[in-house]
Design a protein around this ligand. Structure first.
Ligand SMILES: *[C@@H]1O[C@H](CO)[C@@H](O)[C@H](O)[C@H]1NC(C)=O
Ligand SMILES: *[C@@H]1O[C@H](CO)[C@@H](O)[C@H](O)[C@H]1NC(C)=O
Length: 115
């Protein structure tokens, strides 16, 4: 029983990435570049992929903005794809394991707007 509890605590602390920017009053520009900031702890994976997600619109969208981002730099500037991002609200930035594991979400930002 005791070891089970310890395992749960370890699992809960296995990823401590927290997205600090964008916040819910951030407005990104469609043409970019835009900034993503986070905090990490030393048990976090060394790198991750930044995904722009919107689950509030139909169909939901997910697009990779940057891969193999090094965690200890604390923030990254991401460029928009050619043609720009689609303006709208309800966007979130997900830090995910890699482009093949977009459902392995390490951290998620608040919802923000792109103009
Ligand atoms: C934005 O986030 C702050 C802090 O978490 C919260 O107090 C505020 O109500 C949020 N605003 C909106 C519009 O969600
Ligand atoms: C990314 O991190 C993983 C584990 O944290 C490591 O195995 C891999 O070598 C790293 N890749 C790069 C390109 O830094």
């Amino acid at each position: 029983m005791r070891s089970f509890a310890v395992a749960l605590v370890l699992a809960a602390s296995a990823s401590a990435y927290t997205v600090t920017y964008p916040t819910n009053d951030t407005i990104w520009t469609a043409n970019g570049p835009n900034t993503v900031s986070w905090i990490m702890v030393n048990t976090d994976p060394q790198n991750f992929t930044i995904v722009l997600s919107n689950q509030n619109h139909y169909p939901p969208t997910q697009q990779v903005l940057a891969g193999f981002v090094t965690g200890n730099q604390g923030s990254a500037t991401v460029n928009s794809p050619s043609g720009g991002l689609t303006p709208g609200n309800g966007y979130q930035v997900n830090l995910v394991k890699d482009a093949y594991h977009m459902d392995t979400i390490l951290a998620q930002s608040n919802q923000f707007t792109i103009n």
